[in-house]
Every structure is written in structure tokens, then in C-alpha cells.
Design a protein around this ligand. Structure first.
Ligand code: 4AZ
Length: 484
């Protein structure tokens, strides 16, 4: 972690994680917090997580819902429509409680009528079709009165008031739930079209209607990813400095040993058994890899908070090129699961968005100063390395400018990279594999993995990171189902 002014300011606050869904109290009767799931929402989530969205599991979701009496309510009008061919049969209103498998070109309408109390539907692409949802009309009462709940295979979000979901594309499945909790004066206005379209590779994650969607998480994990103590990151953007203890719970130290020689890289925890790092850090089949989570100070080992687990599998991206550094991403599978604690937790995978001009944070135990020579991708080099985890705030640069800066380099920058820079601040030797994160709608998402760069904090040469959103699908497919 290179900083121009080496301002290493001790930051002593050991923060808890207020508001984290993981910390939500259990049992007893208490008011539902904003955004927290209702009982129905929880059943809904359970049904989603239990059911794989392949066609062999056809109707599994609907059956699960019926078992929990969620799909019972079918208004006479909607029920009567079932099976009847409408004049406009490609553009049909949905029936509450149904599961739909949509072909390309098919369209359904989810709308809320004034007398509706609850309505849940499941929509899947038929395997060769992506789903697009567009809510053209959205005006509900306050969340304590009614809400619209949208899940896809990896994320979920609740909407109420006038803030509906934005246009959502590239979904393989959508689970929609409207629920009226108490009387409301306002007539609900909710009209969403769901359309089957040719797969187009757009990102996943439920959109909040503000452009980019929040983070993506492995299926069935609930919303535990991307939670950090309040105040983490952005407030302390002056030079690089020591991170707070437990400030970045997804930060992992990846220790690599080859025939007794040790190196270290950074890594990002994404599930209890998976850590994302750079492929160049683990590019040898004889490595022994140990992951340390919850670690802060390398010089005073924190036995109580640090979890040390060996990696049992290393999955390098199949198209990784050590020559050009293309596809510099790898997924480590741990021998045993990590325990989520205040200082150890997962980061979310990112939505597919640009991020240019946004401020992000990179963390690591890498070098505090480096020469201007082209930084080869050794994970740990001699030189001043901090013993405490450092953080640095950097701005995502213009993509074209970065591609141009590295155009004559063998390590070329493509749209599968993301670049970040700030005057006198950068990732450096030893930071490789570490996370570049930013906070998206209250959730921290992993937008980059430290990959390479010319020197460190060298003017005109931003730090280059593997663009994680380009690998969301690869990661999600590589994370064994059930891992969370
Ligand atoms: C490295 O060798 C390294 N300034 C990481 C990041 C950068 C340079 C070198 C970017 O691990």
C-alpha cells in the first residue's frame, strides 16, 4: 500500500456491526425493522433457497409456497382466468401462486388490485431465456402497511412508497411478492411487465431503482454479504492509513508456501469456504495455501479473532495468462468453513456497472513504497511492509484513459479490468489479490482484485484490478451450491 505522505495514523475504534442482518435478534415479539423480512418474506426466501430453478424442479417453489399457505390466496377473478386463452395471449396478467416458465417473446403482467392482500408468483426462464422486469407504475403506501418484495437467484430487496424497482435485466428467475400488512388509505398502484428475452449477459442482483443494483451473493446465502461497521471506508480519505480493526471483515491474508519459501497476497472472503484472489498469486500446482481471516496486526497475532484455515482447492480462471495477466482471478476453497464474527464476514459480488469516478477502497499489507520500475507480479517483496492492515481510497479512472496508458505494455488493460488511482496513493507489491471495494446502496461490493500496475502511485499509471463483475457468473458457478 503506497502512500505519498506516509501518514500512518493509528485508528483505534473496534466497531461492532449495528444493523447487520446477521445480528438481528431472535425470538420474542418485536417490531419489524425497515427492510427486515416479514414472516411471509422469510417463507418466500426459504422456498427459493430450497428449490433449484431447473426444469426438473418444476412447480417445486409453488408447492413449497402452498405448503406454507403463501400461494393459497387466488382471487376469483384471477383464478377464473387460469387456462382461458385471452385475446392478447402473449401479454397476460399473472395468477397469484403460479410458477411460470417463460419463453423468449412471452410477456406477463404482475399488477396489484385494490382488494389484494397477498400475491406471490415465480417466473423462470425456460433455460434459454433471460427475464426482464419493468415496473412502469409503482406507488405503494409506507413499508409498514404494504410492500413489494423482489428476489432473483442471488439477491432480494423490498420496495414500498414511491420507490419501485428500476428496470431489471438478465435474470434467470424472479420471485415476486406483494403483501398488504394493514389498512392503507392510498390505492396501491403497481404494474410490472415480465418479459422473456434472448440471454444478453446483463448482471444479476435486485435493482433498487437508482441505476446500479446492489451486490450479488451465492444462492441461498441471505443478505449477509457486504456488511461492515458503520463508518468503514470513505470517511477517512487522506493518504493511506491503518485500517480499523475489523473494518473490512472480508479481508483475508493468503499465505503461500512453496518448498519452505513463503509469500503473501490479499484475498476477499465471499462465502464461509471461498476466498477470491489473483490467479498470479497461486500460479503453481505445488503451493500450500493458508488463509487468515480476521487478522489485523501481523506483529501481534490476535489468537481470539483470527481464523486460520488451509485451502483445499485452488481454481485458477481457465483463461488466466501469466504472460499478459489476463483473467487474473482465482477461487480458493477452504478445508473448513469460516465462522462469521464481528471481524470476519463476506463481501458481495458486484453488479455489472461502470463505477467510473466513484471512490473505492483498497486494503492490504503490501509495500508502503516502491520504485518506479515496472512492478512484476511478485506477491511479497523486500521493502517497507506495514505490520497492520492498511487502507487507501482511490478513484475509479476513465476506462479509455487507463487502456491507453498501458497500451504499449505486455500487461494490457481490457474491459475486464478496472483501474483506480489517486495522487500518491495506490496498491503496491504485496497487495496483489486483495480487494478493491465500494459501498453500493449500503452494501460493500468487491469491484476489483489487485492485479498489476506500473510502479506504485506513478503519475499517469493507475493501479490495475481484475474487474470482478466480468467474472460473477464464473464465480457463482464455481462456488459449490450450498456454500454460503
Ligand atoms: C504487486 O506486485 C503490485 N500499483 C500490485 C499492485 C501494483 C503494482 C504491483 C499497482 O503486487
Amino acid at each position: 500500500m503506497r502512500t505519498w505522505l506516509l501518514l500512518v495514523v493509528a485508528f483505534t475504534s473496534v466497531c461492532g456491526r449495528p444493523g447487520s442482518p446477521r445480528d438481528a435478534g431472535q425470538g420474542g415479539v418485536r417490531k419489524r425493522e425497515f427492510g427486515e423480512l416479514t414472516e411471509l418474506g422469510k417463507i418466500f426466501r426459504r422456498c427459493r433457497d430450497k428449490t433449484t430453478p431447473d426444469l426438473s424442479a418444476k412447480d417445486g417453489l409453488a408447492r413449497c409456497l402452498r405448503k406454507h399457505r403463501v400461494a393459497e390466496e387466488r382471487s376469483g377473478r384471477e383464478g377464473a382466468k387460469k387456462g382461458r386463452k385471452s385475446k392478447n395471449s402473449h401479454k397476460k396478467a399473472v395468477t397469484c401462486g403460479e410458477t411460470y416458465y417463460m419463453k423468449t417473446g412471452e410477456k406477463r403482467i404482475f399488477r396489484v388490485r385494490a382488494n389484494m392482500k397477498v400475491c406471490a408468483i415465480f417466473v423462470h426462464g425456460d433455460g434459454r431465456t433471460d427475464l426482464e422486469m419493468n415496473c412502469k407504475t409503482f406507488a405503494l403506501s409506507a413499508c409498514r402497511k404494504e410492500y413489494f418484495f423482489v428476489q432473483d437467484q442471488t439477491s432480494e430487496k423490498q420496495f414500498c412508497g414511491n420507490k419501485g424497482p428500476g428496470k431489471m435485466t438478465g435474470r434467470r428467475a424472479l420471485y415476486l411478492l406483494y403483501e398488504r400488512l394493514r389498512r392503507r388509505r392510498r390505492r396501491p398502484r403497481l404494474w410490472c411487465s415480465i418479459e422473456g428475452v434472448e440471454p444478453g449477459g446483463a448482471g444479476s442482483g435486485v435493482d433498487d431503482g437508482h441505476g446500479a443494483s446492489p451486490g450479488v451473493q451465492a444462492q441461498g446465502c441471505g443478505n449477509v454479504c457486504g456488511q461492515a461497521p458503520a463508518g468503514a471506508g470513505a470517511s477517512r480519505i487522506v493518504g493511506g492509513e491503518e485500517a480499523g480493526v475489523g473494518e473490512y471483515p472480508w479481508m483475508a491474508r493468503v499465505e503461500i508456501s512453496l518448498g519452505g519459501v513463503g509469500m503473501a497476497c490479499g484475498g476477499a472472503i465471499v462465502t464461509t469456504t471461498h476466498v477470491v484472489t489473483a490467479s498470479h498469486c497461486v500460479d503453481n500446482e505445488f503451493l500450500e495455501i493458508t488463509v487468515k481471516a480476521g487478522l489485523h496486526d501481523l506483529s501481534s497475532y490476535q489468537e481470539n479473532t483470527t481464523q486460520v484455515i488451509k485451502a483445499k482447492q485452488v481454481l485458477q480462471h481457465p483463461m488466466f495468462s501469466p504472460m499478459t495477466s489476463a483473467n487474473d482471478i482465482a477461487l480458493l476453497t477452504l478445508e473448513a468453513p469460516l465462522r462469521w464474527t464481528a471481524g470476519v464476514g463476506p463481501v458481495c459480488l458486484p453488479p455489472d456497472a461502470g463505477f467510473e469516478g466513484r471512490v473505492a477502497v483498497v486494503t492490504g499489507w503490501g509495500s508502503l513504497g516502491a520504485g518506479e520500475d515496472f512492478a512484476l507480479r511478485a506477491c511479497l517483496r523486500a521493502g517497507p511492509h506495514p505490520t497492520k492492515l492498511n487502507e487507501v481510497a482511490v478513484t475509479i479512472t476513465d476506462q479509455e484513459m487507463c487502456e491507453e496508458a498501458y497500451s504499449s505494455s505486455v500487461f494490457s488493460v481490457t474491459d475486464k479490468h478496472i483501474c483506480a488511482a489517486a495522487s500518491g496513493k495506490d496498491a503496491c507489491q504485496g497487495d496483489s489479490g486483495g480487494p478493491l471495494v465500494l459501498k453500493e446502496n449500503g452494501t460493500w461490493v468487491l469491484i476489483g482484485i489487485v492485479s498489476f500496475g506500473r510502479g506504485c502511485a506513478l503519475k499517469g499509471f493507475p493501479g490495475v484490478y481484475t474487474r470482478v463483475s466480468s467474472y460473477d457468473t464464473w464465480l457463482l458457478n464455481s462456488i459449490a451450491s450450498g456454500a454460503c
